[in-house]
Each structure stands twice: as structure tokens, then as C-alpha cells.
Design a protein around this ligand. Structure first.
Ligand code: HAM
Length: 420
């Protein structure tokens, strides 16, 4: 075969696609309960949007973007993440002027990152994300975290944990940054060239370097927690209290810095603790991004959100052996015998479908036995048999496959019977 699905992408075949539908439905229902509304943004944006928002020194921007020149010679990038486009849209459509604030949005959209393929890591993956923009109340942080957990809970996952950190405000981050520079500078020649670059531009990024993560200086690096100012500390305490009061347990991890530059204050991840879940255990990542709107030319609009891939959710369900149920059994299979019956059968099929009944028929002119086999395989609850005689009398033979009973009925009777 000459063509294959591109590396890091996958075809989702019918044996799997129903699971995606179930999970997406569950997500939409949960968002509705929390009053988050769907937003859909384009698959590609100006490259500069991601450079600005996510940060030049992040792995996403420096190594993983699918960037191309369009025919107008503009640099465009396939969306690697959802926050920057949503904030762009928030500003562009002046959502800061909407009556209901904060604006609470969600999306289920494909993202693209040129990453090394691995279990749970794809080059195209679908992220469910939420963004609540326009409030700096720790209660909205708690709401967003709770929504993410609720989705996993409704899906049936049990082996998950919430990991929490505070990255502090600007002032705290500057103090921490200075401490990091002082810590790494004397030994920076022992680090990769990326880290050497990061030291000047963004020393925090050294902490999530995939090359140097074993270097002893990583473990002794100054922790952000020690540099939080009073305001940041109070914000974090308020969030922790809200979570605890809602019965949400968490682990604190001062090393959780997240791989995108726009974060401050709250940072969190939800991990799978299921045995047999692959090496990548992060199911969901999110945090607060006060200042991102201003950075992108908008008004002050503090925000918080998260992203979780559907792929990893499904992998976690598999690892925990949570069964998803699929009721895709057919209601009626229309068996026809002969040319005239086939024409009539097709009309019957159309009427059944118009009445909302799941129905199908044979399109390969197969013998009755083969048609009955198909009905069986499709777990059809009913079978109608139409032969010449039935065409003449304008009836069908209706078989109840479970009970093995049979009766002659007219088409209106057929629909009524099946609809129950
Ligand atoms: P992120 O940590 O880059 O954050 O990605 C969030 C989630 O997307 C990950 O936890 C994982 O579930 C999924 N993910 C990321 N990369 C891959 C991949 N290559 N294959 C499969 N799944 C992947 C963000 O993207 C932020 N925009 C999240 C956010 C929204 N923060 C605030 N609002």
C-alpha cells in the first residue's frame, strides 16, 4: 500500500468512534451543568499569536509547531493549543463587554504538535478545554478544577489524582527568576544549548527540560513556593480552602511549572495512577493566565482553564478497564425477496427511518439466508420479510427476533408496533 496515515495521527474507525461520541456527549453534558458554552475557532492562526502567548522558548513554539507560509506569504500555524485562540477571539469579539462575566467557554478541537510519537502522545490529538475569562476569584479556579474532575468521574475513572502548585504573580516570578539565574549561571555550561538560551530568556523553562532533567542542580533549584509574595500566598490558600471544603483532595508539587509561558498563580495537572497506564501519566493540565489578554493587546481579563486530550481519557478508561456501553443495535432489518419486493422494501425502510426507527436493508441482492444472517450480526430486534405476496397485499411479515414470534402487519401497524 502506497499511502499510510501520517505518523502520530490515527484513523478512528467505527469500532472506536462510538466511544469518542460517548465521551464527547458526557463532556458536553457536564459543561452544560457548569454553564460553559462551546466556542469553535479556526484550525490555524497567525504564527505570532502562539509565539506571543505560549512563549518563544517553550518546546511547543520552538520545536513542535506545524508552521507554513500561505499563498499570501503569511506565516500560519496549525493550532498547537486552545488558550491563545480563545483569548484572541475573546478580545476580537469584545466578549469583555458581554453582560455575563466571567465568560465561560469550552472547546473540543484537534490540536497539532510535532512531537515524538509515543503511547498517549500524538501529532494530532483532540483536546477538550475550558477557558473562564474575566474573573480573578479563586472560586472560579476551584470551579474549573472541579469541572475537569467531574468529567473523569462521570466517565468512570477512579485512579486519578490532582496535583497543584502556585506560580505566583509577576512580582513573585521575578524574584524567583533572579534566584534561578543565580542558581544555574555558575554551571550553565553543563547544560544543553536550549537551557543555555533559556537562562537568559526564561530560566523557569530550564526546569522542564527533557534533556537535562537528571542534572543534580535541577533537584536543588530554588522553588517557586519560597518566593510567593503575600498576595500570591493568600490567593493560593483561598483556593486550597475552597477545594478542601468541596471534598476535592490534591497533592502539592512545587516543581509543577507547566510547559507554557502564560501561566501565573494556579497551575494544576490531573494524572492517572492506574497500573498499566503508559509512561505519560498526565491526563489534563491547566492554570491561570492573568495578563495574557493585555499581552495580546486586549483589556485586563484574568483567565483560567485547562486542556485534556480525549485520547488519554480513553487510554485511562482502558487501563482501568471501565466498560463503555454502546447501544447501537438495529431496530429493524428489512429482508426482501425479489425485485418488486426490494423496491417496496426500500419505501418501507424510508418510512421507518422517517419515524426515527433504526433500520437497514440488503444492497447486495443476497439470498434470504444471508440477509437473515446480517440481521443477526447487527443484533436487529425485528426483521420484516417482504415477498411478492406481501407487496400485493401491502403488508409485511414481522418477526420478533428475541421471542421468535411472527405476524402479518400493515406499514402503519409496523411503525406503531416497533415504536412501542
Ligand atoms: P498542555 O499541558 O500543553 O496545556 O496540554 C494539555 C493536555 O493536552 C495534556 O494534559 C494532554 O492531555 C493533552 N496533550 C498535550 N499534548 C498531547 C499530545 N501530543 N498527544 C496527546 N495529548 C496531548 C495546554 O494545551 C493549555 N492550553 C491548557 C490550558 C487551557 N491552560 C489554560 N487553559
Amino acid at each position: 500500500m502506497k499511502f499510510k496515515v501520517p505518523r502520530g495521527t490515527q484513523d478512528i474507525l467505527p469500532a472506536e468512534s462510538w466511544k469518542w461520541q460517548k465521551v464527547e456527549q458526557l463532556i458536553r453534558e457536564t459543561c452544560e451543568v457548569y454553564r460553559y458554552s462551546e466556542i469553535r475557532t479556526p484550525m490555524f492562526e497567525q504564527t505570532e499569536l502562539f509565539q506571543r502567548a505560549v512563549g518563544d522558548t517553550t518546546d511547543i513554539v520552538s520545536k513542535e509547531m506545524y508552521t507554513f507560509k500561505d499563498r499570501g506569504d503569511r506565516s500560519m500555524t496549525l493550532r498547537p493549543e486552545g488558550t491563545a485562540p480563545v483569548v484572541r477571539s475573546f478580545i476580537e469579539h469584545k466578549m469583555f463587554g458581554w453582560v455575563d462575566q466571567p465568560v465561560k467557554l469550552y472547546y473540543i478541537q484537534p490540536m497539532f504538535r510535532y512531537e515524538r510519537q509515543q503511547a498517549g502522545r500524538y501529532r494530532q490529538f483532540v483536546q477538550f478545554g475550558t477557558e473562564a475569562i474575566g474573573s480573578a476569584d479563586p472560586a472560579i479556579d476551584a470551579e474549573v478544577i472541579s469541572l475537569a474532575l467531574e468529567v473523569y468521574k462521570r466517565a468512570g475513572l477512579k485512579d486519578i489524582k490532582l496535583v497543584l502548585n502556585s506560580l505566583g504573580d509577576k512580582e513573585s516570578r521575578i524574584a524567583h527568576r533572579d534566584a534561578l539565574v543565580a542558581h544555574f549561571t555558575p554551571h550553565i555550561d553543563e547544560f544543553c544549548t536550549d537551557c543555555q538560551n533559556r537562562l537568559e530568556k526564561n530560566p523557569l523553562r530550564i526546569l522542564d527540560c527533557k534533556v537535562d532533567h537528571e542534572h543534580p542542580l535541577m533537584k536543588t533549584a530554588p522553588s517557586l513556593t519560597d518566593y510567593l509574595n503575600d498576595e500570591s500566598r493568600a490567593y493560593f490558600e483561598a483556593l486550597k480552602t475552597l477545594l478542601t471544603k468541596s471534598g476535592i483532595t490534591y497533592e502539592l508539587d512545587p516543581n509543577l511549572v507547566r510547559g507554557l509561558d502564560y501561566y501565573n498563580h494556579t497551575a494544576f495537572e490531573i494524572m492517572s495512577t492506574a497500573e498499566g497506564f503508559g509512561a505519560i501519566t498526565t491526563l489534563c493540565g491547566g492554570g491561570r493566565y492573568n495578563g495574557l489578554s493585555e499581552e495580546m493587546g486586549g483589556p485586563s481579563a484574568p483567565g483560567i482553564g485547562f486542556g485534556m486530550s480525549i485520547e488519554r481519557l480513553l487510554l485511562a478508561l482502558e487501563a482501568e478497564q471501565v466498560p463503555l456501553t454502546n447501544d447501537d443495535a438495529l431496530d429493524v432489518y428489512v429482508v426482501t425477496l425479489g425485485e418488486a419486493a426490494k423496491k417496496e422494501g426500500f419505501q418501507v425502510l424510508q418510512q421507518l427511518r422517517s419515524a426515527g426507527i433504526r433500520a437497514d436493508m440488503d444492497y447486495l441482492d443476497r439470498k434470504m439466508k444471508a440477509q437473515m444472517k446480517s440481521a443477526d450480526r447487527l443484533q436487529s430486534k425485528w426483521v420484516t420479510v417482504i415477498g411478492e405476496e406481501e407487496v400485493e397485499q401491502q403488508i409485511v411479515q414481522l418477526k420478533n427476533m428475541k421471542e421468535g414470534t411472527q405476524q402479518s402487519v400493515t406499514i402503519p401497524e409496523l411503525i406503531e408496533l416497533i415504536k412501542g
